[in-house]
Design a protein around this ligand. Structure first.
Ligand SMILES: [Zn+2]
Length: 328
């Protein structure tokens, strides 16, 4: 396209976009950006579930149970083997947020919860990194491009996150695939525009759409001159003051457990021990993760010390199972 040209394409292949979340929005955005030749940094804490497949187009039935970050990297590398992809199967939290955005030109919000978004807002405003606010639920969605110090930030738009339970999630109210898909397309398009310098990004306006009655509006948003984050520069979420730990993952009965003091896990050794136990069935083993069945539980063990337990009813039950597996 002449508006991008060879110079623009050169800029794309020299750029890196960090994407926070690899669900319905992140799947689509990462696909177009990988196709465009952009290097990627990806993070997602979740595993692929059957209920994800209608919208999370990076994954197939063969990927069920795999950590999304690794399944995504595998798929995107097949699309474009020339780009660099760094994939982290971890939660985006105050301890890794600054390192995660380092080296990226732009960060895309493709997450599913406000706590993570407010942390993203803190870290990007603090480091003056452009980023997006993006969300979709049912047949509706939102999108905004944020350039810190120039445009309103997320906290100018809403001072505090909505109270837990007051807004629906994909698990409670559902979502049709094209709604996050549309937001993912917008995210990739805004990223390509920003990186190549053509066109104008969606600044100072919030795009709000609803597919059912096909309404699409641009709402003007202004900076709040009392904003805690971009004016007063208080980074409460990054400082970890308001951070809650160990929440169940969106949409599934999966709990994540991080066992303190275990450090990195030797999967080859663990897998050998587990194979001697008649109640354990190891399904998949890669360099980064191990998938296994133990009684009614599906367990994923990651080298970085995270254990995801599906089928548990509480964090304490998940913790018990994780401890049991790692001590086998
Ligand atoms: Zn602000």
């Amino acid at each position: 396209m002449s508006k991008i040209g060879k110079d623009g394409q050169k800029k794309l292949v020299e750029s890196t976009v960090a994407i926070l979340g690899l669900g319905g929005i992140g799947s689509v955005a990462s696909f177009y950006l990988a196709g465009a030749g952009v290097n990627l940094k990806l993070i997602d804490r979740d595993l692929v579930s059957l209920s994800d497949l209608h919208r999370q187009i990076l994954y197939t039935e063969e990927d069920l149970g795999k950590p999304k970050a690794y399944a995504a990297k595998e798929r995107l590398s097949k699309l474009n083997s020339k780009i660099e992809i760094e994939a982290l199967s971890d939660e985006f939290n105050p301890a890794n947020a600054e390192e995660f955005i380092t080296g990226s030109d732009l960060v895309l919000d493709a997450t599913d919860n406000f706590e993570t978004r407010f942390l993203l807002n803190d870290v990007c405003v603090k480091h003056n990194k452009p980023f997006t606010y993006a969300a979709a639920i049912q047949d509706r969605g939102l999108f905004m491009f944020i350039q810190p110090q120039e445009t309103p930030c997320l906290r100018c738009l809403m001072e505090e996150p909505p109270k837990p339970g007051t807004i629906g999630t994909c698990a409670t109210v559902g979502v049709i695939g094209p709604a996050p898909g549309f937001v993912g397309v917008l995210s990739a398009s805004e990223a390509i525009k920003y990186l190549t310098g053509y066109g104008e990004n969606l600044k100072n306006k919030l795009l709000v759409f609803e597919l059912g009655n096909f309404s699409l509006d641009l709402v003007k948003v202004s900076r709040n001159m009392n904003c805690k984050t971009c004016v007063k520069r208080k980074f409460e979420y990054l400082e970890g003051k308001t951070w809650t730990k160990a929440s169940p993952l969106c949409g599934v009965d999966t709990y994540q457990v991080r066992l303190e003091g275990k450090g990195s896990i030797d999967l080859a050794h663990l897998s050998l021990n587990l194979s001697k136990n008649p109640y354990v069935k190891v399904k998949t083993r890669s360099n980064q993760y191990l998938l296994l069945n133990y009684n009614q539980y599906n367990v994923t063990v990651l080298t970085n010390g995270r254990v995801l337990v599906r089928g548990a009813k509480s964090v304490s039950e998940a913790r018990k199972i994780a401890n049991l597996i790692l001590s086998m």
